[in-house]
Design a protein around this ligand. Structure first.
Ligand SMILES: Nc1ncnc2c1ncn2[C@@H]1O[C@H](COP(=O)(O)OP(=O)(O)OP(=O)(O)O)[C@@H](O)[C@H]1O
Ligand SMILES: CCCC(=O)O
Length: 370
């Protein structure tokens, strides 16, 4: 039987770009990365203030391509720092909009995803969704214990790409995602190592707020006593310390760049410090994988390396040399987040899955965004 065709607009707002795509069912018919220079972004005081600018930019790009948005079936955005929720596709509701707008769990460019999806969809009288936001939380209770009762470990990670890649590899292996025990390692600007079991991510490092391996621009776990001393030294404001951990940590702090390709060039030209730091980043990723394997009692069906850094063959080898005794390593470089967003929306349009309802506190009134 001929399958019904749905046309889906997907929106993935990043800190320096807005990626958009039009999909006819699973098939991408248009994809564009709209780059925003630092000057443009810095004229806004907060992420939410960028809303009208990003919306206009998206609509102009679609108009320029001659894409008629009245033919859309739904709009899907990347979800942001919401309340902790399980993975899946969520309909954008007022409670979600309120949390995205106030930045319930902090500022993140993806907070704009749900808002933009909703605003564009509402004008067309079609549904809007988010899929697997960074706050997907399926952690086991035991994984939440930190050692300080006032501080619970949190699940903040590259849920969208981790889940999409895990599903893709499961298909490649001829098994269902739910039947496999996987360690998925997303290595981008931040690095997160997720333990996937029974279709849930039962443990993962908080890749945004200081846990796990250091990354191109984040510090990861640091010696905690020294961090406390730094905080109370009187030399730094809180936001300065935070920047050292997120944005100006990792490769940026040691080598002045967040671009692994530049680091590789430095190593080529004999820079020994660059070599040590790059080795250390791979070493920390491998250690995190080793730790994740113990969560699965060593019974790991595959270790999957993904994200931009997985394009770096030497970097990948530095990791796999240390962990391939645990399980097979499957390399899936880059990320396919637009496709993953489209597929999440499609599963609901096709009634293969029901859209989940976001559980936050209800907003009292419709939101005024313009
Ligand atoms: N061919 C390559 N070889 C080595 N490193 C690469 C290559 N391509 C990209 N990278 C590195 O990957 C990193 C960026 O990865 P990616 O694009 O996944 O991050 P992002 O999308 O900005 O952040 P995040 O994935 O954390 O949301 C950069 O350090 C970049 O230099
Ligand atoms: C860790 C959450 C996604 C990101 O890197 O910003």
């Amino acid at each position: 039987m001929h399958q019904k065709e749905f046309r889906i607009l997907v929106i993935n707002p990043g800190s320096t770009s807005t990626k958009i795509g039009i999909f006819d069912n699973e098939r991408p018919v248009f994809e564009k990365t709209i780059r925003h220079d630092t000057e443009t972004i810095h004229q806004f005081d907060s992420v939410i203030d960028q809303y009208s600018f990003r919306k206009d930019t998206i609509l102009e790009a679609l108009d320029y391509e001659g894409i008629n948005i009245s033919k859309l079936s739904c709009v899907v955005g990347r979800g942001g720092l919401l309340r902790p929720i399980e993975g899946g596709t969520y309909g954008v509701n007022e409670a979600m909009l309120a949390d995205l707008k106030t930045g319930y769990a902090g500022e993140h460019a993806s907070n704009l995803g749900g808002i933009l999806a909703y605003e564009i969809a509402e004008g067309l009288n079609i549904p809007s969704f988010i899929v697997d936001p960074v706050v997907v939380d399926e952690m086991d209770e035991i994984a939440r214990i930190s050692g300080v009762p006032e501080m619970e470990r949190k699940s903040i990670f590259h849920a969208l790409n981790q889940k999409a890649v895990a599903r893709r590899v499961s298909k490649m292996l001829g098994k269902s995602y739910e039947a496999l025990r996987l360690i998925v390692v997303h290595m981008g600007g931040g690095i997160t190592v997720g333990v996937h079991k029974g279709g849930r991510v039962i443990d993962v490092n908080n890749g945004l707020h200081g846990e796990g391996p250091f990354s191109p621009e984040r510090a990861g776990t640091v010696p905690i006593g020294d961090l406390v001393s730094m905080c109370f030294s009187g030399e730094y404001y809180a936001d300065e310390v935070m920047k050292k951990l997120v944005g100006q940590g990792g490769l940026v702090a040691y080598l002045g760049t967040n671009d692994a390709r530049t680091v590789e060039e430095m190593i080529e030209s004999g820079n020994e410090k660059a070599e040590l730091i790059y080795d250390a980043m791979a070493y920390q990723v491998a250690k995190e994988i080793g730790s994740a394997s113990s969560v699965l009692y060593g019974q790991v069906d595959a270790i999957i390396l993904t994200g931009g850094l997985a394009f770096g063959k030497d970097f990948v080898k530095k990791i796999t040399d240390r962990v391939e005794w645990i399980s097979d390593c499957i390399i899936q470089p880059g990320e396919n987040e637009l496709q993953a967003l489209a597929e999440g929306g499609l599963r609901v349009l096709r009634n293969e899955e029901q859209a989940k309802e976001y559980p936050g506190a209800k907003a009292s009134k419709g939101l005024q965004l313009d």
